[in-house]
Design a protein around this ligand. Structure first.
Ligand code: SF4
Length: 420
């Protein structure tokens, strides 16, 4: 049992989630001067091309160095092959300032020490490009953990400073981030920076007067590294929904000694507008049964929003990992006896879904089709990382994402009934 009274269970077994390579899709949009070179197989190339291909308008800012058994067998050293690919890339794309070597899971790739490769290339290419590495392997990561790995790799490059600042950590849509920064400025916080920055070379400085406010719940390792650099990590629920965002802003304001009354008067107009916009969705979602399968680590904050503000009934919350300390402000808001399952045994979870017959299941793309075929409405969890859902203003858009599949199901049922 957790402090909150929710029931925590652990489950291991077959998993059905995207790997950490997926996060390249939003990271390369965030830092257009960075390049993500996946050291992987053709499967990895397919994954990231099909996940990201539709969003690339200019020349892609990621690529794949395909190293397969066949290639390696004839090579004296896989490092030589990697160096060749990197140098070719930099000749073609001299504007690249930060190059991430992203590891994957084929056994041939696991044998390559990418941190040594990054070190060697850094020494050779000093002044031209910074080379970093992290793993996006499906064995080690789920899709949002790719961002955690990339940010963790950047932390050692952040300069030190003692200046007091608020550091927003985690990738957000630029427009959403701008709106949140405007709110903090109105509250009197002047020095606000973001990590990752919009330019990979403009890393914010960090030190004992940096107050870190996480925008995403999947940045456990990054938060730990930032703490090790002296920063204070502010404990708060995550900025999803009106309440989560209000408490998130309030926690940051408190750590800067800003009075609650100023926070309330600043947020009040936004909150009443957002509640009004939320109302039609609450009518659709209220009383509906929700089951969240583990994938993005956003499941607990989403469940809290959908229950607290939209009246949904929580059947089960699955999460791939649970950082109890980071998640404690969220867990306190989850109703007693809610089942929270960390990890995954996909078959057992699907059995429970079938048994409980929820109105809506939040799950990975691979599970959505079979469930839909059984007449169970689904929502892809991956949509949450591609949609601007953070902040008070976005609460109704977030609720809309969940009411859409229920509406579609309604229309289908009515059509079927009319044909009888
Ligand atoms: Fe590549 Fe492994 Fe991801 Fe498959 S799961 S795409 S092999 S990193």
């Amino acid at each position: 049992m957790l402090m909150s009274g929710a029931t925590l269970l652990k489950e291991t077994g077959p998993r059905e989630v995207f790997c950490g390579l997926t996060s390249i899709v939003w990271l390369h949009r965030r830092m257009p001067d960075a390049f993500f070179l996946v050291v992987g197989s053709r499967t990895c190339a397919h994954l990231i091309q099909s996940a990201a291909g539709v969003m690339i308008f200019a020349e892609p800012r990621f690529g794949t160095a395909i190293l397969e058994e066949r290639d390696l067998a004839g090579l004296a050293d896989a490092h030589e092959e990697l160096d060749r690919v990197v140098k070719n890339l930099l000749r073609r794309r001299p504007e690249i300032r930060t190059l991430f070597l992203v590891g994957s899971c084929p056994s041939e790739v696991i044998k390559i020490d990418l941190s040594r490769a990054a070190e060697r290339l850094n020494a050779e290419l000093k002044g031209q490009v910074t080379v970093l590495n992290y793993s996006g392997s499906g064995i080690e990561t789920t899709f949002t953990q790719g961002e955690d790995g990339a940010l963790k790799a950047l932390v050692p490059l952040m300069p030190s400073s003692e200046e007091e600042k608020l550091l927003l950590v985690g990738t957000l849509a630029n427009a959403v981030e701008d709106r949140l920064i405007t709110i903090f400025k109105r509250l009197g916080i002047k020095n606000i920076e973001s990590f990752p920055p919009r330019k990979s070379t403009e890393l914010p400085s960090i030190g004992c007067n940096t107050k870190v406010l996480l925008t995403q719940p999947y940045l456990t390792n990054t938060a730990r590294e930032l703490k090790d650099r002296g920063a204070e990590v502010i404990k708060a629920p995550f900025p999803l929904g009106v309440e989560g965002s209000r408490l998130w802003i309030k926690a940051a304001a408190k750590s800067f000694g800003i009075q609650d009354s100023l926070v309330s008067s600043t947020l009040e107009p936004l909150i009443s507008r957002a509640r009004k916009a939320l109302k039609p969705y609450v009518e659709k979602l209220s009383g509906k049964k929700l089951f969240l399968l583990p994938e993005s680590q956003l499941e607990i904050p989403l469940a809290r929003f959908l229950h607290m503000e939209c009246g949904m009934e929580l059947i089960e919350i699955g999460t791939p990992y649970l950082n109890r300390d980071m998640m404690s402000p969220e867990l306190e808001l989850i109703p007693d006896k809610t089942r929270i399952v960390e990890g995954q045994h996909v078959e057992k979870q699907l059995d429970r879904v079938r048994e409980q017959q929820p109105d809506l299941v939040v799950c990975g793309m691979g599970l959505a089709n079979p469930l839909e075929a059984e007449g169970i409405s689904t929502k892809w969890s991956i949509e949450m990382v591609f949609s601007p859902i953070h902040g008070i203003d976005q609460a109704s858009d977030l609720a809309e994402l969940f009411s859409r599949p229920l509406h579609r199901q309604n229309v289908l049922t009515q059509k079927q009934l009319s044909q009888i």
